[in-house]
Design a protein around this ligand. Structure first.
Ligand SMILES: *Cc1c(COP(=O)(O)O)cnc(C)c1O
Length: 377
């Protein structure tokens, strides 16, 4: 099944026999067993729920995975996956990760006895030099947020081949429509379903998908035991959102490329970070490992004041956290998503007070350009 078709037909027919073309919302916590000798397939919704299954099957189908797990948020998915590791384990992670993941790893996960090294995972020699006896996973995001640094997933896989090290990829930024890390060697793929999968910023969701049967068994145990599972209503919204994933992302990407080129030529803009631009250092790797460049970018303004003017004066583009919505959203990372990252570390990575992150939506591109232009006047 091609991705556009999997968006719509990625889940099995629901147990409902009415013929309804939309997946029903099974808003039930518990399910009745027909008899002692004939227990129902569904027992309790923390364990399994038919609406959640539709969402899990769709995301798994899109990622080319056998198994999907739906969580109540992206962070719930990441925190649960981290429980796969025993205290004393060492994990190498991308240094430009989503701020919430950095916060989780450096506070809570660390307290559970896990040790992290944050590096530029694009730098394979450094990655190899960081591998220790207790290294159990490589955790990557590509392209990153907000600097859009691209990691070659297959090259990371090759660097750890033959070792007992899991490769975990957070694929939120590109969505499974544009990139499938399992085909490139990833063992576990994570999504914040809140972003492109849902696409309308009306549901919180997270997913983890994988193929390995032993891992599936362990994650099933953690998913059910910890219980941060995706609710029936939010599962429905995700299934509904994914139906238009392909058309939304095609439009958003088209807008993003036009905006990146427009911004690049604007006198108040000093840098544009978008992987779709041929001058982006990760452009060639993206062409090799992804089917598109997505619709996330960052750009640097001449002065902090310009960045502030943009978020305060745009009328169509909303000043809001999050990304992957049909609406265009804009933030200043140092004030929002990366406020918890120490300043020194932030500046080292180019995250300064002139940097604006832009999640391009599916509005008319000329309207978006005019909105930005008037905000910078
Ligand atoms: C938003 C986000 C998360 C966290 O997901 P929530 O649904 O907000 O909990 C994790 N990773 C990335 C890359 C994200 O953008």
């Amino acid at each position: 099944m091609k991705p556009e078709t999997a968006c719509i037909h990625g889940y099995k027919q629901s147990p409902d026999t009415s013929g309804g073309i939309a997946v029903p919302i099974y808003q039930a916590a518990t399910f009745v067993h027909p008899s002692i000798n004939n227990p129902s397939e569904y027992i309790y919704s923390r364990v399994k729920n038919p609406t959640r299954e539709a969402a899990e099957q769709t995301v798994a189908a899109l990622e080319g995975a056998q198994e999907g797990f739906g969580f109540s948020s992206g962070m719930a998915a990441i925190a649960t996956v981290m429980e796969l590791f025993e205290p004393g384990s060492h994990i190498i992670a991308t240094d430009d990760l989503f701020g919430g993941s950095i916060r989780l790893f450096t506070t809570i996960t660390k307290r559970h006895g896990l040790e992290f090294d944050f590096i530029d995972t694009n730098d394979i020699p450094t990655l190899k030099s960081k591998i220790k006896q207790n290294t159990k996973a490589i955790y990557i995001e590509t392209p990153t947020n907000p600097m859009t640094i691209v990691t070659d997933i297959a090259a990371v896989k090759a660097a750890v081949s033959g070792m007992d090290i899991l490769l975990i990829v957070d694929n939120t930024f590109l969505s499974p429509y544009f990139q499938n890390p399992i085909a490139l060697g990833a063992d576990i793929v994570i999504h914040s379903g809140t972003k492109y999968l849902g696409g309308h910023s009306d549901a919180l969701a997270g997913f983890a998908v994988l193929n390995c049967p032993a891992l599936r068994q362990r994650l099933t145990h953690l998913h059910t035991s910890i219980g941060a599972t995706l609710s029936p209503m939010d599962s429905y919204l995700i299934v509904r959102g994914i139906k238009t994933l392909a058309v939304r992302l095609d439009r958003a990407q088209e807008n993003a490329l036009a905006l990146a080129n427009w911004l690049k030529a604007h006198p108040r803009i000093t840098a544009v970070y978008y992987t779709g631009l041929p001058c982006h250092p990760g452009h060639e790797v993206m062409k090799k490992q992804a089917r598109g460049f997505g619709a996330m970018m960052s750009f640097e303004t001449d002065k902090p004041e310009t960045a502030r003017n943009i978020v305060e004066r745009t009328k169509i583009i909303s000043y809001a956290e999050s990304l992957g919505c049909v609406n265009s959203l804009i933030t200043i990372p140092v004030l929002c998503t990366h406020a918890d990252v120490p300043e020194e570390e932030r500046l080292l990575r180019g995250i300064n007070d002139r940097l604006v992150r832009f999640s391009v939506g599916i509005e008319n591109v000329q309207d978006l350009i005019e909105d930005l232009a008037q905000a910078m006047e």
